[in-house]
Design a binder for this molecule. Structure first.
Ligand code: GAL
Length: 661
C-alpha cells in the first residue's frame, strides 16, 4: 500500500455517505487514505436528506460524515445540492421546471429539473447554500466547494419556460435599448418579422420554419448568461461564509451550450468530468476509429479537455470525475483495458491537473447508475480500478513533485460563441464547430507538441503558432490581437463570415481579418459525405470534405494550395494563412506540420495512438494503442522514472527530458 508521499498533486474520489450505512464511513475513509487518496467530494445530490421538509434542515449526518473523513486525514470538497431539487420544492414551485423546445415541461424523477432563468429557484438555491456555508464554511476539513453539478448536463441550458421568455425580453431590452435597433440588427424586415415592442418577442422555437438566426444566436447568449448568473448567486455566498476555500465547478466533455470562460470569472479552479470510453461512444467518428480505441479512449480527447480547462481555469484545473470502468450512459458501455484507469490519471497530471478524482468510491446497487463501475464493488470488495489507483499513487511517490506544465508555443483559440453560430446556421449538416476544432487540436498533438487552448480574449504574444478553428464572428479584441500577432497563424474556413448580430460583414468574409489574410470570400458550398473536392498540396491530392469557399486574393497574397478545379485552397499573406475549406484529416495534418516546422517548433510525427506531454522536468508518453509501440524513434529522452522504451497498450513512460524547445 502506498504511503503518503511528497508530491504537489493529489488523488481524490467521489463519495456518497448518504448512500451507505453510517457504520461503513470510518472504514471507507481509512481505506481511501491507505490507497493514497487524500481528497473526497461529497454532498452534491443530497438535498432531500439535507432538507427533508421545507425549512427543516438536517445537517448533522453531513457534519458527522465530514468529521469522519477529515478525522481520517481527507480533505473534503463539499458540493452544493442544487442539481437535484427535492420533490417538495418542485411541487411548491412547478414553474421552475425546464421546458423543451416543443413546449413540453421536463418533470421530476431524475436530476437537473430546473430552469436557469427561474428567480424563485435561484432564491431557493441561495437559501440552502447559505445554510450549508454557515454551518460548514469554516470547518477545517473543507478545502473547496463545488457549485451544483455539471451545468447543462442532459440538455438543460436552453429552456423555453415562461421565466426564460420574460428574462429573454428583458435581456434584449438591455442589449438593444430600443426595438428599432433590434429590428435593424436582426434584419427583421426580412419576412415581415419586425416587432413594435420587446414584449412581442417570443423564444425562437415552435415557428413554421427556421427562425431568424440572429434571434437564436441571442437566445444562446442569453441562456449562457443565465448559467453564469445562476452560478454567481452561489459563489457570492460561499466567498463570504467560507473564506480561503477554492470554489470550483465540474464541467463536461465537448460541452458548448454556455460560455465556460464567463462562468470561470467567478470560480477559482476549472474541473471537468473525464469519461473517455463513454465520450468516445457519443462523439461523432468513424466506426473503425471507435473500434480501435474502444477500451482505451480516443488518444486526443482527454488531452483536449485538459488543455481546454487548464486555459479556462487560468492554469488551475482538476479532473473531478475520472471513469473507473464501464459507465451506464453511452450507447455501448465497454470496459477499459487494464492500465487505462492509471493512464488517464497520469495523463491528467501530465497536462497540469492538481487533482484527479475518481467517480465513484463504490458502485451503487440501486437506482439509475447500477451498471456504473466504481473503485469498489457494491459488496465492498475492491474492483480493478481500486488497484490501479493504488498503482497511480505509487507512481506519484516515485515521481515526486511534478512542477508546472511546460509552457506551450502552440495555441488553439477556442470560442463558445463560434459553436452557437455554426449551430444556428450550419449550412451543411456535417459541419460542426467541435469536430473542426478538435481536428485542429489533433493535428497539433500528433506532432508531439505541448499545446494551450485559449479563449478569444487571450494574449497571443507567448505563442509562435496559433490556430483559429472556424469562428464566424471574430470579436474586436481577437481581430486586434491577430493583426499584431508576430508568429505563424492558420485561420479556419468561415472565420469572420458574420458580424456580432449574425449578418454578413459589409466587406464580406473574413470581415475584420480581411487585411491580415488578404482574401475575400465570395461563395461557399457544403458537401454530403463522399462528395469531396480534391485539393493539391505538396504534390499530393487531399480533399475538402465538408465545405469549401471561393475566394479572391488581394495583391501580395500567395496561393499555397489549390482545389483541383483551380481555386485557392490555402493562402498566405506574410505569416497568416487562410484555409478556404474544411480539410480532410490528412490535409490538415500536412498543413499544420508544415506550419509548425516553419514556426521553428520541434515536431515529430507520432503513430496514431502514441501521445506525449511535458510537465516540470518530465516527459510523459502514453500508448493508447491499438498495439505495443517501441518509442525509441520518437523520443531521445532515456532517463526513465516510470516505464521504458517498449510500451504496451495502456503503458506510460515518464522520463526526465533533455532540454530543448
Ligand atoms: C456525470 C455526473 C455524475 C455521474 C456520472 C456517471 O455526468 O456528474 O453524477 O452521473 O456522470 O458517469
Amino acid at each position: 500500500m502506498a504511503e503518503p508521499h511528497a508530491t504537489d498533486v493529489t488523488i481524490g474520489v467521489c463519495y456518497y455517505p448518504e448512500h451507505w450505512p453510517e457504520a461503513m464511513w470510518a472504514d471507507d475513509a481509512r481505506r481511501m487514505r491507505a490507497a493514497g487518496i487524500t481528497r473526497v467530494r461529497i454532498g452534491e445530490f443530497a438535498w432531500s436528506r439535507l432538507e427533508p421538509r421545507p425549512g427543516h434542515f438536517d445537517f448533522d449526518w453531513l457534519g458527522r460524515a465530514i468529521d469522519t473523513l477529515h478525522g481520517a486525514g481527507l480533505e473534503v470538497v463539499l458540493g452544493t445540492p442544487t442539481a437535484t431539487p427535492p420533490k417538495w420544492l418542485v411541487d411548491r414551485m412547478p414553474d421552475m421546471l425546464p421546458v423543451d423546445a416543443r413546449g413540453r415541461t421536463r418533470g421530476f424523477s431524475s436530476r437537473r429539473h430546473y430552469c436557469f432563468s427561474h428567480a424563485g429557484y435561484r432564491h431557493e438555491c441561495a437559501r440552502i447554500v447559505t445554510a450549508l456555508a454557515e454551518r460548514f464554511g469554516r470547518h477545517p476539513g473543507i478545502v473547496a466547494w463545488q457549485t451544483d453539478n455539471e451545468y447543462g448536463c442532459h440538455d438543460t441550458v436552453l429552456s423555453y419556460s415562461h421565466e426564460a421568455l420574460v428574462g429573454f425580453r428583458h435581456w434584449l431590452k438591455e442589449r438593444y435599448g430600443d426595438i428599432h435597433a433590434l429590428n435593424e440588427a436582426w434584419g427583421n424586415v426580412f419576412w415581415s418579422m419586425e416587432y413594435r415592442d420587446f414584449a412581442e418577442i417570443d423564444l425562437p422555437a415552435g415557428a413554421v420554419t427556421e427562425t431568424n438566426p440572429a434571434h437564436r444566436a441571442d437566445f444562446h447568449r442569453y441562456a449562457s448568461d443565465q448559467v453564469a448568473a445562476f452560478n454567481r448567486v452561489q459563489t457570492a455566498i460561499i466567498r463570504t461564509l467560507s473564506p480561503g476555500r477554492d470554489i470550483l465547478h465540474n464541467f463536461m466533455t465537448f460541452f458548448l451550450d454556455f460560455d465556460h470562460y464567463a462562468v470561470m470569472k467567478d470560480l477559482d479552479i476549472a474541473t471537468w468530468d473525464s469519461y473517455p470510453l463513454g465520450s468516445l461512444d457519443v462523439f461523432p467518428g468513424e466506426a473503425a476509429h471507435k473500434a480501435a480505441f474502444a477500451r482505451t479512449g480516443d488518444p486526443d480527447l482527454q488531452a483536449f479537455h485538459h488543455d481546454l480547462y487548464r486555459g479556462a481555469g487560468r492554469g488551475r484545473f482538476w479532473v473531478m470525475e475520472q471513469q473507473p470502468g464501464p459507465v451506464n450512459w453511452a450507447q455501448y458501455n465497454t470496459d477499459a483495458a487494464p492500465g487505462l484507469v492509471r493512464l488517464w490519471g497520469l495523463e491528467g497530471f501530465a497536462h497540469g491537473a492538481e487533482t484527479i478524482s475518481y467517480f465513484r468510491w463504490r458502485q451503487a446497487p440501486f437506482a439509475q447508475e447500477q451498471f456504473h463501475a466504481g473503485l469498489n464493488l457494491p459488496d465492498n470488495t475492491p474492483d480493478r480500478a481500486f488497484f490501479e489507483v493504488e498503482h497511480l499513487s505509487a507512481d506519484l511517490a516515485a515521481l515526486g513533485p511534478l512542477g508546472v506544465p511546460v509552457a506551450a508555443k502552440a495555441a488553439l483559440v477556442f470560442s463558445y460563441e463560434a459553436a452557437w453560430f455554426l449551430r444556428v446556421q450550419p449550412q451543411g449538416r456535417n459541419f460542426t464547430y467541435i469536430e473542426q476544432a478538435f481536428a485542429m487540436y489533433r493535428a497539433l498533438r500528433r506532432l508531439g507538441l505541448d499545446i494551450d487552448i485559449v479563449g478569444p480574449q487571450a494574449d497571443l504574444a507567448p505563442y509562435t503558432l496559433v490556430l483559429v478553428p472556424p469562428m464566424p464572428h471574430v470579436p474586436d479584441v481577437l481581430a486586434a490581437a491577430l493583426s499584431t500577432f508576430k508568429g505563424t497563424l492558420l485561420v479556419g474556413t468561415r472565420t469572420g463570415s458574420r458580424t456580432a448580430s449574425h449578418r454578413i460583414p459589409d466587406n464580406l468574409a473574413p470581415g475584420p481579418l480581411a487585411a491580415v489574410l488578404g482574401v475575400k470570400v465570395t461563395r461557399a458550398e457544403s458537401f454530403r459525405p463522399g462528395s469531396a473536392v480534391p485539393v493539391r498540396f505538396d504534390n499530393e491530392t487531399f480533399a475538402f470534405d465538408r465545405w469549401r469557399e471561393f475566394v479572391v486574393t488581394a495583391p501580395g497574397t500567395e496561393v499555397l494550395a489549390e482545389t483541383e478545379d483551380g481555386h485557392p485552397a490555402l493562402t498566405r499573406r506574410a505569416r497568416a494563412h487562410y484555409l478556404a475549406g474544411a480539410p480532410d484529416p490528412a490535409l490538415l495534418e500536412r498543413i499544420v506540420e508544415r506550419l509548425a516546422r516553419e514556426a521553428g517548433l520541434a515536431v515529430m510525427t507520432l503513430p496514431a495512438g502514441l501521445r506525449t506531454r511535458r510537465r516540470g522536468a518530465f516527459r510523459f508518453v502514453f500508448n493508447y494503442g491499438p498495439g505495443p509501440v517501441d518509442i525509441s524513434p520518437y523520443f531521445p529522452d532515456r532517463d526513465f522514472v516510470l516505464g521504458a522504451l517498449a510500451l504496451d497498450v495502456g503503458g506510460v513512460a515518464v522520463s526526465r527530458f533533455l532540454a530543448g524547445p
